[in-house]
Design a protein around this ligand. Structure first.
Ligand code: ZN
Length: 657
């Protein structure tokens, strides 16, 4: 059978079949790549979604008290326990919650939720309209079961706001399937084997969840769509900013592959790599599957106790584990060489086995593709193979831990190895920092929802919708800044996305002659630099800045002095900009002193001036600025020089006539 990968190789699309070479280039259309994004964005409201507590984040060390809960496996009304829930409760976990003086009984689940925060509803409606969505007539709050303890109530409250929208991209239209208004989960601050610690400050912050249709066709496309959605969200001016305030989950599959959900991507730039590497992982797993089938590989169900082989082992890891524990093994006939085969840079089929094994609480697995190693001798490996009845085509997997954990781990490996023969498993995976992903749990079934009867439904009237004014898109704002304020593209882009955009517009409105590029550089760069030098820039208010830019546009303050003036104001906020300027000697330069210097210079250079005419201004400027730089603006010096030279030349001419 010629698989899709073989075909691609023949067409030279598949440039590197061994992806360890890090060059991965696929024809994603032929690979049948499909991806969708799910974006979670915190909204910037003062209050939480279901109580009046502030949405400010706290340091876990400031917590006023803590309490704990145990998770019970949740049974649905059908009597079926969700596969994902079951997986999660293999280990009974204790959940500890840190509460603050900024959280209340609603977060603790000791008091029912209040009515929906209407400001959050408003922002969600604006976003829905910007995404061309159909809005519901009535907003119902529902309960969605969560199994990881991230909500004290055991469920997350969520409400469907809109469906069936779209956004346009350079690869065509991408559907926006749903937009929900939800409560943010508690923040995990510590994860031990049997205990998870959560912080309640984040629980209940309003959040929109936006799900696109699986219309994304390539890694670059995924990035473009994520960027565009981010731009639209920030255009509202009502979303939280900074790391952790926006998170993306990515659904990815290739033809003959499987739907995999990769959770918790925080950096935009990583999205492209994640899609690329997941496509590569699925392609490599398909290739391994075909190879295994060609070899007629199989998976033994026989779990062997081979502890006795390691009685005198010099492997520290194994020696430590078998004190009161065991080494268990299973043979995988026909798997030799493939368990150690790379499927993502630095990750192998063996890593997939190990991810599953770790869910039973073990540190990892050993497999004969990578042995002898870790202090395990060649002789021990031979004995293991012999005990397992393995030949050179087989791979033996071993786990060393307590008997119970090792057995759970080996059983999990057997399940994953059997999958390798037949399918790519549908999974929820966790994004790793470099763009790979690791197994988290099976893909959950469609979430079962129950009505939240404590929260009354909200009618979305036409009248309310008609009152909504849509904000200007950041893209449009950039174009307007370039056109109206003669900003360069880079500065326009920077200030349009900045929290300073409103201040910038206010300054330009009051001071139409201000140099917009200088204003942007001051607000975005100079202020940051001062902050890094530990100047207390919070002391610099809008009035200070407005006054400073007025002096600058009147030519009374040179460019180079702006940073120093602001530095003085930061330490002495009672000073106005012109007083701070005077402290630097700006403006105290007696005009007569400057004029005298210019007169003397002009007199001594008359030959040069007669020869060059007004072209002499530039070189003479340099001479004057040597003494006056930072004290008067170049503009002012240039004006005086031109005036004096013109007059001198005029005198000469009038004398001659
Ligand atoms: Zn509260």
């Amino acid at each position: 059978m010629v698989g899709i990968l073989e075909e691609l190789k023949d067409n030279n699309h598949f440039i590197d079949s061994d992806i360890s070479g890090k060059t991965m280039s696929y024809d994603y259309r032929e690979l049948g790549l499909k991806a969708g994004l799910e974006i979670h964005q915190q909204l910037d409201t003062e209050e939480k979604l279901f109580c009046g507590c502030p949405t400010t984040l706290r340091d876990a060390k400031e917590s006023s008290f803590e309490f704990f809960r145990y998770l019970r496996p949740v049974q649905s009304e059908m009597g079926v326990i969700d596969k994902a829930a079951l997986e999660e409760v293999k280990l009974t976990k204790k959940f500890i919650y840190k509460a603050y003086d900024t959280t209340c009984l609603v977060e603790n689940d000791e008091e029912p939720p209040r009515e929906l925060n209407q400001k959050a509803v408003e922002i969600a409606l604006v976003i829905a309209l910007m995404l061309n969505m159909k809005i519901v007539n009535e907003l119902y709050t529902m309960r969605k079961i969560v199994i990881d303890g991230s909500n004290t109530s055991g469920f997350q409250r969520t409400g469907l706001i809109a469906t069936d929208g779209y956004l346009d991209s350079s690869y065509g239209r991408v559907g926006i399937d749903v937009l929900c208004l939800e409560e943010e989960a508690a923040q995990k601050v510590e994860d031990r084997v049997d205990t998870v610690v959560y912080s309640l400050d984040r629980l209940g912050i309003p959040l929109v969840e936006i799900g696109t249709a699986p219309d994304i066709v390539s890694p670059a496309h995924a990035r473009e769509v994520a960027e565009k959605l981010g731009m639209i969200l920030r255009s509202t001016g009502k979303v939280k900013r900074g790391l952790g305030t926006i998170r993306q989950d990515i659904n990815i599959s290739i033809s003959e592959g499987a739907r995999v959900e990769i959770k918790g991507v925080q950096e935009l730039w990583l999205i492209e790599t994640i899609v690329e590497r997941e496509a590569a992982r699925q392609a490599a797993l398909l290739e391994i599957k075909n190879e295994l089938n060609e070899r007629k590989a199989s998976v033994s169900d026989r779990i062997l106790d081979i502890t006795s082989i390691f009685a005198d082992t010099s492997s520290k890891v194994i020696a430590k584990a078998i004190k009161g524990g065991a080494v268990l093994a299973v043979n995988l006939p026909g798997f030799a060489g493939l368990v150690g085969k790379e499927i993502q840079p630095g990750r192998r089929l063996g890593t997939e086995f190990s991810d599953r094994a770790k869910k039973s609480g073990v540190g990892g697995i050993f497999h004969t593709d990578e042995l002898p190693n870790y202090g395990i001798s060649e002789k021990e490996v031979e004995s293991v193979k012999q005990a397992a009845g393995a030949n050179e085509n087989d791979c033996v997997i071993m786990v060393a831990d307590t008997e119970e954990k090792a057995r759970g781990a080996i059983e999990a490996v057997i399940i994953r190895a059997k999958e390798a023969l037949e399918i790519i498993p549908e999974e929820t995976r966790r994004a790793l920092p470099e763009g790979n992903s690791a197994y988290m749990r099976p893909l959950p079934g469609a979430a079962r929802m129950y009505p939240e009867t404590d929260v009354p439904p909200v009618e979305i009237t036409d009248e309310r919708m008609n009152r909504i004014e849509l904000p200007e898109l950041i893209e449009e704002r950039i174009a307007r800044y370039v056109k109206h304020f003669k900003l360069n593209e880079e500065f326009a882009d920077q200030i349009a996305r900045s929290e300073n955009a409103v201040l910038f517009e206010k300054i330009m409105q009051k001071l139409p002659n201000a140099n917009a590029n200088i204003v942007v550089r001051t607000l975005e760069t100079t202020m940051n630099e001062l902050g890094k030098e530990n100047a207390d820039i919070s002391n610099i208010n809008d009035e200070h800045l407005m006054h400073l830019f007025r002096l600058h546009s009147d030519g009374k303050v040179p460019n180079e002095a702006i940073g120093n003036i602001l530095k003085i104001i930061a330490s002495k906020p009672e000073l106005t900009a012109d007083k701070a300027a005077r402290m630097l000697g700006i403006g105290v330069v007696e005009m007569s002193e400057l004029e005298k210097t210019i007169d003397t210079l002009v007199e001594s250079k008359m030959d040069f001036i007669r020869e060059k005419g007004l072209d002499s201004v530039g070189p003479l400027m340099g001479v004057v600025m040597k003494d006056f730089r930072g004290k008067v603006s170049g503009q002012e010096v240039s004006r005086l020089l031109k005036d004096r030279i013109a007059r001198k030349l005029g005198d000469k001419q009038s004398n001659q006539s």
